[in-house]
Write a protein that binds this ligand. Structure first.
Ligand code: HEC
Ligand code: HEC
Length: 81
């Protein structure tokens, strides 16, 4: 019969692995849920974060407001359609 210490170790190992799987699934689901930027001349994948924010920070010209913190490269999640 395994000792109490070793079965506790297995239990925590299991919880740790489960947390990892949950986190990974949530991160992938979040990135996957981001809408692609519209395919028009103001939306090109080569744009910098600053140029995206110029319209999307204050809703310039009817652009939808950015509903989240600016996180790194916009086009990593909002790819071209
Ligand atoms: C010149 C202003 C302008 C710039 C620069 C701009 N956008 Fe937009 N964006 C808009 C406008 C206006 C809309 C809404 C109208 C439309 O759908 O074309 C929009 C819509 C969007 C949407 C919503 C798409 C949807 O289906 O809901 C996303 C995502 C987006 N832009 C991302 C970006 C990213 C990423 C960049 C930088 C690469 C960027 N935009 C640069 C004006 C801009
Ligand atoms: C890590 C992935 C990720 C990154 C990087 C990212 N976004 Fe998003 N964005 C999302 C997700 C997911 C949504 C939709 C869920 C929500 O509303 O929060 C979204 C929604 C948006 C919308 C609203 C679209 C609409 O139709 O209302 C805009 C605008 C937008 N993002 C702009 C930007 C800009 C500009 C940048 C770069 C500064 C950026 N995003 C970077 C994941 C991301």
């Amino acid at each position: 019969m395994p000792s109490q210490a070793s079965s506790r170790k297995k239990f925590y190992g299991f919880i740790f692995a489960l947390t990892g799987v949950f986190t990974l699934v949530l991160v992938i689901a979040f990135i996957w849920s981001s809408p692609a930027m519209p395919g028009n001349p103001v939306h090109t994948p080569a744009q910098s974060q600053q140029s995206c924010l110029a319209c999307h920070w204050e809703g310039q010209g009817g652009a939808p407001l950015i509903p989240h913190r600016p996180m790194g490269s916009c086009t990593f999640c909002h790819g071209a359609p």
